[in-house]
Write a protein that binds this ligand. Structure first.
Ligand SMILES: Nc1ncnc2c1ncn2[C@@H]1O[C@H](COP(=O)(O)OP(=O)(O)OP(=O)(O)O)[C@@H](O)[C@H]1O
Length: 223
């Protein structure tokens, strides 16, 4: 589904990430951890072809990212829902419109019933007409998750989705991601929060990856 072979990534200077190999199987659950600045966001950006590797081989859904044209990348991205670290909402659009945005971008209209159901699933039915600045941090993160699953993607990539949330709200968000995984979605979460990882491991079988010294390591069971 996502496969890296000896991938390196550089923003121009030396390698930020080097010699990374990984196979992400359909339906798997991964955490990605590591110190601030280690390259977690960069790694996720590779996984949705926002960035291309500077060396090595990266394939998404069996296709080499280097061989893909712009249209193919756009098609592949529809299969990958991303929860960005800063949510990236359009502040002049309602929550409902923001969540439906991936469809409008693809010139499709959201089914009102499905949209309502999705907002109810993340507990935001009442806030459908609110503007993003009127939402709490937890509401914004849940809305970002709803937007990420709007296109029924196969993979969900979440970048520090609980970064600014209290423990109770973090658990709520985690339970939504676990539910998605139980529905068969592949999930990868970048996080600093080792307690969140421990909590998740009690619920799902998750692999924990750690970026350290520019390389990708499989963390031990002692987390
Ligand atoms: N577009 C860019 N151009 C140049 N350098 C960049 C760019 N994006 C990120 N970097 C640098 O790459 C390094 C890794 O950044 P990245 O955001 O991937 O790390 P991170 O592990 O997600 O950090 P954090 O946990 O603080 O979010 C940082 O030193 C950052 O400044």
């Amino acid at each position: 589904m996502i496969e890296l072979q000896h991938v390196a990534m550089s923003y121009g200077g030396g390698d930020l990430l080097r010699d990374m190999s990984l196979q992400v199987a359909p339906g798997s659950f991964h955490f990605l951890t590591g110190p601030s600045g280690a390259g977690k966001t960069t790694f996720l950006k590779l996984c949705y072809a926002e960035l291309l590797p500077s060396a090595g081989h990266l394939s998404l859904f069996g296709q080499d990212v280097r061989q893909m044209g712009r249209d193919e990348i756009a098609r592949i991205r529809q299969r990958i829902g991303v929860v960005h670290q800063d949510c990236q909402f359009l502040d002049h659009l309602s929550l409902e419109e923001n969540v439906a945005l991936p469809l409008s971008v693809n010139r499709r209209t959201a089914d009102p019933g499905e949209l309502r159901e999705l907002l109810a699933w993340v507990g935001l039915k009442r806030q459908a007409q609110s503007l993003p600045p009127q939402l709490s941090g937890g509401e914004r993160q849940r809305a970002a998750l709803a937007r990420a699953v709007m296109m029924s993607p196969d993979v969900i990539l979440a970048d520090e989705p609980t970064g600014n949330l209290d423990w109770e709200m973090s658990l709520r968000l985690l339970s939504l991601l676990v539910e998605l995984n139980r529905m068969g979605k592949t999930v990868m979460i970048a996080t600093h929060d080792l307690n969140l990882i421990r909590q998740a491991k009690a619920q799902v079988s998750a692999r924990v990856l750690r970026i350290a010294n520019r390389q990708l390591h499989l963390a031990g069971a002692d987390l």
